[in-house]
Write a protein that binds this ligand. Structure first.
Ligand SMILES: N[C@@H](CCC(=O)N[C@@H](CS)C(=O)NCC(=O)O)C(=O)O
Length: 222
């Protein structure tokens, strides 16, 4: 039987299966070998659960990591917390490289995520413009990767965990935009395949067709 002390040390992730932000947290925990309980928050339902409202009253968003009964919110914040408690494994040791990794993580959140939304939601000229921007941003990330195995070098790390969830929509991007990412960003796609060989990533990334179907419904794509 679980004691209250066990409960205090337990780790829970509240998330939705198709949430790229939450996939980051689940991948990071698996990378570091931290066992966790998963609680699904169905984002297709309008109202947030009592648990989410209580644990993240400010944003009412997921993922939420609950450690010993206390919440940590925001995916990048969660990755930092996970690495501080169970690492250090994910972040580069060198402060300059850490700053560089955080800069590009912010680029993914501020630029790629909003461009993806615009690309999927819009039509006509606006969609064409968003498609061009999205490809440009992916190519920029490909340049940041360079000829390295992972973003920080030989080891899978923070920026890999931040970006790889987006790859579950790459097939959707190709369908939606009529392009081939193996042609547009060949090294980035090789990196995707390398990441997907990892148990942590394989166990978390959802089926790409299911992902695109969900987004089609979400954004009213015919
Ligand atoms: N910056 C946050 C973003 C999290 C976020 O926006 N989550 C969305 C899903 S993509 C959410 O939970 N939305 C609540 C809702 O749809 O009611 C993070 O990195 O965790």
């Amino acid at each position: 039987m679980a004691t209250s002390e066990d409960a205090d040390h337990q780790v829970t992730v509240v998330d939705f299966w198709a949430n790229g932000f939450g996939m980051r947290a689940r991948i990071a925990l698996r990378e570091l070998g931290v066992a966790f309980r998963y609680v699904e928050e169905d984002l297709r339902v309008r109202e947030r659960s009592e648990l989410v409202r209580r644990m993240n009253p400010v944003h009412r968003s997921v993922p939420i990591l609950i450690h010993g009964g206390r919440p940590v919110c925001g995916s990048v914040n969660i990755l930092q917390y996970v690495d501080e408690v169970w690492g250090p494994t994910l972040f580069p040791r060198d402060p300059l490289q850490r700053a560089h990794a955080r800069f590009w993580a912010d680029f993914v959140d501020q630029k790629v995520f909003s461009t993806q939304t615009r690309f999927l939601k819009s039509k006509g000229d606006e969609k064409e413009a968003a498609k061009g921007e999205l490809l440009e941003q992916l190519k920029r990330l490909e340049e940041v990767l360079g000829d390295k195995t992972f973003f920080a070098g030989d080891e899978f790390g923070f920026l890999d965990a931040v970006l790889i969830p987006f790859s579950s929509m790459f097939h959707g991007y190709e369908q939606h935009g009529g392009f081939d990412l193996d042609v547009e960003c060949p090294s980035l796609m090789s990196w995707v395949r390398r990441c997907k060989e990892r148990k942590s990533v394989k166990g978390v990334l959802p089926d790409e067709d299911k992902m695109y179907e969900l987004h089609k419904k979400w954004y009213g794509i015919e």
